[in-house]
Design a binder for this molecule. Structure first.
Ligand SMILES: [Ca+2]
Length: 308
Protein backbone atom coordinates (compact mmCIF):
# COMPACT_ATOMS: atom_id res chain seq x y z
CA UNK A 1 0.00 0.00 0.00
CA UNK A 2 1.30 3.51 -0.79
CA UNK A 3 0.65 6.18 1.80
CA UNK A 4 2.71 9.34 1.42
CA UNK A 5 4.33 10.18 4.71
CA UNK A 6 6.99 12.85 4.97
CA UNK A 7 7.26 12.81 1.22
CA UNK A 8 8.01 9.15 0.57
CA UNK A 9 5.91 6.20 -0.30
CA UNK A 10 6.15 3.30 2.19
CA UNK A 11 5.68 -0.05 0.50
CA UNK A 12 7.98 -2.06 2.81
CA UNK A 13 6.19 -4.38 5.26
CA UNK A 14 7.60 -5.33 8.66
CA UNK A 15 9.66 -8.50 8.78
CA UNK A 16 7.87 -11.78 9.31
CA UNK A 17 8.13 -13.35 12.76
CA UNK A 18 10.16 -16.59 12.59
CA UNK A 19 10.05 -17.58 16.26
CA UNK A 20 6.43 -17.77 17.35
CA UNK A 21 6.31 -20.39 20.12
CA UNK A 22 3.87 -22.11 22.45
CA UNK A 23 5.11 -21.38 25.99
CA UNK A 24 2.37 -22.94 28.07
CA UNK A 25 -0.88 -24.85 27.71
CA UNK A 26 -3.26 -24.84 30.65
CA UNK A 27 -6.81 -26.13 30.49
CA UNK A 28 -8.56 -23.96 27.93
CA UNK A 29 -5.82 -21.42 27.34
CA UNK A 30 -2.46 -21.28 25.66
CA UNK A 31 0.34 -18.74 26.04
CA UNK A 32 2.32 -17.79 22.94
CA UNK A 33 5.49 -15.74 22.67
CA UNK A 34 7.58 -14.25 19.88
CA UNK A 35 10.23 -11.65 19.16
CA UNK A 36 8.88 -8.30 17.97
CA UNK A 37 9.69 -7.87 14.27
CA UNK A 38 11.77 -5.17 12.66
CA UNK A 39 9.77 -2.60 10.73
CA UNK A 40 12.48 -0.60 9.00
CA UNK A 41 14.29 -0.11 12.29
CA UNK A 42 11.11 0.74 14.19
CA UNK A 43 8.41 -1.13 16.01
CA UNK A 44 5.60 -2.38 13.81
CA UNK A 45 2.25 -0.61 14.15
CA UNK A 46 -0.02 -3.53 15.11
CA UNK A 47 -0.27 -7.31 15.26
CA UNK A 48 -2.85 -9.58 13.70
CA UNK A 49 -2.83 -13.00 15.39
CA UNK A 50 -5.13 -15.59 13.88
CA UNK A 51 -6.28 -18.99 15.05
CA UNK A 52 -7.34 -21.94 12.93
CA UNK A 53 -8.28 -25.56 13.48
CA UNK A 54 -7.01 -26.65 10.06
CA UNK A 55 -3.77 -24.79 9.49
CA UNK A 56 -3.03 -21.73 7.40
CA UNK A 57 -2.11 -20.73 3.89
CA UNK A 58 -1.74 -17.27 2.40
CA UNK A 59 -5.08 -17.71 0.67
CA UNK A 60 -6.90 -18.94 3.78
CA UNK A 61 -5.32 -16.62 6.32
CA UNK A 62 -7.78 -13.76 5.91
CA UNK A 63 -10.76 -16.04 6.51
CA UNK A 64 -9.52 -17.15 9.95
CA UNK A 65 -10.63 -15.37 13.10
CA UNK A 66 -8.36 -12.81 14.74
CA UNK A 67 -7.40 -13.19 18.35
CA UNK A 68 -7.80 -10.20 20.63
CA UNK A 69 -6.50 -8.55 22.62
CA UNK A 70 -2.92 -8.76 21.41
CA UNK A 71 -0.11 -6.52 22.66
CA UNK A 72 1.12 -3.42 20.90
CA UNK A 73 4.34 -4.24 19.00
CA UNK A 74 7.49 -3.57 20.95
CA UNK A 75 10.85 -2.51 19.61
CA UNK A 76 12.48 -5.06 17.27
CA UNK A 77 13.71 -8.12 19.18
CA UNK A 78 11.69 -7.58 22.36
CA UNK A 79 10.02 -10.80 23.51
CA UNK A 80 6.24 -10.49 23.64
CA UNK A 81 3.55 -12.82 24.92
CA UNK A 82 -0.19 -13.26 24.72
CA UNK A 83 -2.53 -15.72 26.40
CA UNK A 84 -5.34 -17.01 24.23
CA UNK A 85 -8.28 -18.32 26.23
CA UNK A 86 -11.63 -19.91 25.48
CA UNK A 87 -10.13 -22.89 23.63
CA UNK A 88 -11.93 -26.22 23.67
CA UNK A 89 -10.17 -29.17 25.32
CA UNK A 90 -9.59 -32.06 22.94
CA UNK A 91 -9.10 -29.94 19.84
CA UNK A 92 -5.97 -28.66 18.26
CA UNK A 93 -5.33 -25.11 17.17
CA UNK A 94 -2.89 -23.49 14.81
CA UNK A 95 -1.66 -19.94 15.37
CA UNK A 96 -0.15 -17.53 12.87
CA UNK A 97 1.02 -13.99 13.52
CA UNK A 98 1.40 -11.13 11.06
CA UNK A 99 2.08 -7.46 11.67
CA UNK A 100 1.39 -4.23 9.83
CA UNK A 101 3.22 -0.95 9.68
CA UNK A 102 1.53 2.46 9.92
CA UNK A 103 1.06 2.47 6.14
CA UNK A 104 -0.90 -0.77 6.35
CA UNK A 105 1.76 -2.98 4.77
CA UNK A 106 1.14 -6.53 5.95
CA UNK A 107 4.12 -8.72 6.85
CA UNK A 108 4.64 -12.27 5.71
CA UNK A 109 3.15 -15.03 7.85
CA UNK A 110 5.06 -16.08 10.93
CA UNK A 111 6.04 -19.67 11.47
CA UNK A 112 3.01 -21.70 12.42
CA UNK A 113 2.64 -23.18 15.87
CA UNK A 114 0.27 -25.84 17.00
CA UNK A 115 -1.30 -26.44 20.36
CA UNK A 116 -3.05 -29.68 21.22
CA UNK A 117 -5.64 -28.93 23.84
CA UNK A 118 -5.66 -32.49 25.11
CA UNK A 119 -4.33 -34.18 28.22
CA UNK A 120 -1.34 -36.47 28.02
CA UNK A 121 -2.38 -40.08 27.46
CA UNK A 122 -2.39 -42.46 30.38
CA UNK A 123 -3.84 -45.98 30.70
CA UNK A 124 -6.63 -44.32 32.74
CA UNK A 125 -7.76 -42.24 29.75
CA UNK A 126 -11.18 -43.62 28.74
CA UNK A 127 -11.81 -45.04 25.28
CA UNK A 128 -13.29 -42.21 23.21
CA UNK A 129 -11.38 -39.54 25.09
CA UNK A 130 -9.02 -37.22 23.28
CA UNK A 131 -5.40 -37.60 24.28
CA UNK A 132 -1.90 -36.67 23.37
CA UNK A 133 1.19 -38.86 23.23
CA UNK A 134 4.75 -37.79 22.48
CA UNK A 135 7.78 -39.93 21.80
CA UNK A 136 9.87 -41.85 19.30
CA UNK A 137 8.48 -43.96 16.48
CA UNK A 138 9.86 -47.49 16.85
CA UNK A 139 7.90 -49.32 14.17
CA UNK A 140 5.71 -48.50 11.20
CA UNK A 141 3.24 -51.04 9.87
CA UNK A 142 0.54 -50.52 7.28
CA UNK A 143 -1.53 -47.62 8.58
CA UNK A 144 -0.16 -47.92 12.10
CA UNK A 145 2.90 -46.61 13.91
CA UNK A 146 4.16 -47.46 17.36
CA UNK A 147 5.41 -44.58 19.47
CA UNK A 148 7.17 -44.99 22.78
CA UNK A 149 8.17 -42.50 25.42
CA UNK A 150 11.78 -41.41 25.29
CA UNK A 151 12.36 -42.97 28.74
CA UNK A 152 10.78 -46.27 27.56
CA UNK A 153 8.15 -46.08 30.30
CA UNK A 154 5.30 -46.71 27.89
CA UNK A 155 4.23 -46.93 24.29
CA UNK A 156 1.13 -46.58 22.17
CA UNK A 157 -0.12 -47.53 18.72
CA UNK A 158 -1.00 -44.51 16.60
CA UNK A 159 -3.16 -44.79 13.50
CA UNK A 160 -1.72 -43.03 10.48
CA UNK A 161 -3.90 -40.92 8.25
CA UNK A 162 -3.67 -41.40 4.50
CA UNK A 163 -0.54 -39.63 3.36
CA UNK A 164 1.16 -39.63 6.76
CA UNK A 165 4.72 -40.82 6.24
CA UNK A 166 6.73 -41.61 9.35
CA UNK A 167 10.09 -43.32 9.64
CA UNK A 168 11.34 -45.20 12.68
CA UNK A 169 13.27 -42.76 14.86
CA UNK A 170 10.92 -39.85 14.18
CA UNK A 171 10.12 -37.74 17.23
CA UNK A 172 6.43 -36.92 17.17
CA UNK A 173 3.66 -35.28 19.11
CA UNK A 174 0.47 -37.16 18.31
CA UNK A 175 -3.09 -36.31 19.31
CA UNK A 176 -6.15 -38.46 18.68
CA UNK A 177 -9.16 -40.32 20.01
CA UNK A 178 -8.35 -43.19 22.33
CA UNK A 179 -9.60 -46.43 20.78
CA UNK A 180 -9.06 -50.12 21.40
CA UNK A 181 -8.38 -53.02 19.04
CA UNK A 182 -7.52 -56.60 20.08
CA UNK A 183 -7.37 -55.41 23.67
CA UNK A 184 -4.69 -52.89 22.78
CA UNK A 185 -5.04 -49.14 23.10
CA UNK A 186 -4.37 -46.87 20.15
CA UNK A 187 -4.92 -43.31 19.00
CA UNK A 188 -7.38 -42.96 16.11
CA UNK A 189 -8.30 -39.91 14.00
CA UNK A 190 -4.78 -38.87 14.72
CA UNK A 191 -3.05 -35.62 14.07
CA UNK A 192 0.72 -36.07 14.12
CA UNK A 193 3.19 -33.25 14.45
CA UNK A 194 6.76 -34.26 13.52
CA UNK A 195 9.31 -32.75 15.89
CA UNK A 196 12.57 -34.15 14.54
CA UNK A 197 14.52 -37.31 13.98
CA UNK A 198 16.39 -39.50 16.45
CA UNK A 199 17.73 -43.04 16.66
CA UNK A 200 15.42 -45.97 17.30
CA UNK A 201 16.06 -46.89 20.94
CA UNK A 202 17.36 -50.29 21.99
CA UNK A 203 14.67 -52.85 22.76
CA UNK A 204 13.73 -53.48 26.36
CA UNK A 205 14.72 -57.05 27.23
CA UNK A 206 11.87 -58.88 28.95
CA UNK A 207 10.59 -62.30 29.83
CA UNK A 208 7.88 -63.79 27.65
CA UNK A 209 5.56 -63.66 30.66
CA UNK A 210 5.80 -59.85 30.80
CA UNK A 211 4.86 -59.06 27.19
CA UNK A 212 1.72 -56.92 27.24
CA UNK A 213 1.67 -56.58 31.00
CA UNK A 214 -1.32 -56.85 33.35
CA UNK A 215 -3.83 -55.81 30.67
CA UNK A 216 -3.29 -59.27 29.13
CA UNK A 217 -3.04 -61.21 32.38
CA UNK A 218 0.74 -61.00 32.19
CA UNK A 219 3.26 -60.02 34.82
CA UNK A 220 5.20 -56.81 35.32
CA UNK A 221 4.29 -53.34 34.17
CA UNK A 222 2.22 -52.25 31.20
CA UNK A 223 4.52 -52.86 28.25
CA UNK A 224 2.13 -52.63 25.31
CA UNK A 225 3.57 -50.47 22.56
CA UNK A 226 7.19 -50.80 23.65
CA UNK A 227 9.97 -52.18 21.52
CA UNK A 228 11.02 -55.33 23.39
CA UNK A 229 13.28 -58.34 23.02
CA UNK A 230 12.58 -61.92 24.10
CA UNK A 231 14.58 -65.08 23.57
CA UNK A 232 13.79 -68.75 23.94
CA UNK A 233 12.86 -72.01 22.32
CA UNK A 234 10.25 -72.18 19.56
CA UNK A 235 7.36 -74.22 20.98
CA UNK A 236 4.93 -73.78 18.08
CA UNK A 237 5.42 -72.81 14.46
CA UNK A 238 3.04 -71.73 11.71
CA UNK A 239 3.33 -69.47 8.70
CA UNK A 240 1.74 -66.53 10.55
CA UNK A 241 3.14 -66.85 14.06
CA UNK A 242 5.38 -68.82 16.34
CA UNK A 243 5.49 -69.25 20.12
CA UNK A 244 8.72 -68.55 21.96
CA UNK A 245 9.11 -70.18 25.37
CA UNK A 246 11.75 -68.89 27.75
CA UNK A 247 10.53 -70.89 30.75
CA UNK A 248 8.52 -68.06 32.27
CA UNK A 249 4.84 -68.74 32.88
CA UNK A 250 2.40 -67.34 30.32
CA UNK A 251 -1.40 -67.18 30.38
CA UNK A 252 -3.10 -70.57 30.01
CA UNK A 253 -5.40 -71.45 27.14
CA UNK A 254 -3.02 -70.63 24.31
CA UNK A 255 -1.95 -73.02 21.60
CA UNK A 256 1.53 -73.44 23.07
CA UNK A 257 3.75 -72.38 25.95
CA UNK A 258 5.51 -69.01 25.83
CA UNK A 259 4.51 -65.86 24.00
CA UNK A 260 3.15 -65.50 20.49
CA UNK A 261 5.40 -63.80 17.94
CA UNK A 262 3.66 -62.43 14.84
CA UNK A 263 5.55 -62.87 11.58
CA UNK A 264 5.15 -60.41 8.73
CA UNK A 265 4.56 -61.99 5.34
CA UNK A 266 7.75 -63.18 3.70
CA UNK A 267 9.49 -64.06 6.97
CA UNK A 268 10.04 -67.81 7.22
CA UNK A 269 8.96 -69.46 10.47
CA UNK A 270 11.72 -71.37 12.28
CA UNK A 271 10.96 -74.98 13.16
CA UNK A 272 9.79 -76.10 16.59
CA UNK A 273 12.84 -76.70 18.76
CA UNK A 274 14.83 -73.79 17.28
CA UNK A 275 16.26 -71.22 19.67
CA UNK A 276 15.53 -67.63 18.67
CA UNK A 277 16.23 -64.06 19.74
CA UNK A 278 13.27 -61.85 18.82
CA UNK A 279 12.88 -58.06 18.72
CA UNK A 280 9.49 -56.48 18.15
CA UNK A 281 6.61 -54.48 19.54
CA UNK A 282 4.89 -55.69 22.68
CA UNK A 283 1.42 -55.92 21.20
CA UNK A 284 -1.52 -58.32 20.93
CA UNK A 285 -3.22 -60.69 18.53
CA UNK A 286 -6.96 -61.24 18.01
CA UNK A 287 -8.56 -63.85 20.24
CA UNK A 288 -11.06 -64.23 23.06
CA UNK A 289 -9.51 -62.82 25.06
CA UNK A 290 -6.87 -61.15 22.89
CA UNK A 291 -3.50 -62.72 23.50
CA UNK A 292 -0.23 -60.89 24.13
CA UNK A 293 2.10 -60.99 21.15
CA UNK A 294 5.41 -59.63 19.96
CA UNK A 295 4.96 -58.05 16.58
CA UNK A 296 8.20 -58.19 14.63
CA UNK A 297 8.95 -55.56 12.02
CA UNK A 298 11.01 -57.44 9.45
CA UNK A 299 13.30 -60.45 9.00
CA UNK A 300 16.12 -58.71 10.89
CA UNK A 301 14.04 -58.88 14.09
CA UNK A 302 14.12 -62.70 14.11
CA UNK A 303 17.55 -64.14 14.86
CA UNK A 304 17.71 -67.92 14.77
CA UNK A 305 20.43 -69.01 17.19
CA UNK A 306 20.18 -72.75 16.58
CA UNK A 307 17.92 -75.23 14.83
CA UNK A 308 16.95 -78.67 16.10
CA1 LIG B 1 7.14 0.08 6.22
Amino acid sequence: MCIRDRGFCDTTPPDGVPDLAVDMEAGTSVTLSWSAPDSEGQAAFAYDLRVSEDGFSYSSWASKPSVSPVPVPGLPGVRQTVTVSGLVPGRYYWFCLRSVDSAGNLSNMSNLVWSGMASAYSPATPVGGRARFSGIVTAVFSGLAYVQRVDRSGGLAVELATGDILLPGALVDAMGDVAEANGERRLANTFILPLGQSDVPSPLVMRASSVGGPAFGQQGCMSTGLLVRVAGRVSYSSSEFIYVDDGSACPPGQVASGVRVLLPSGVAAPAVGSWVDVTGISSSAPGTPAVPAVRIRDAGDLQVISTP
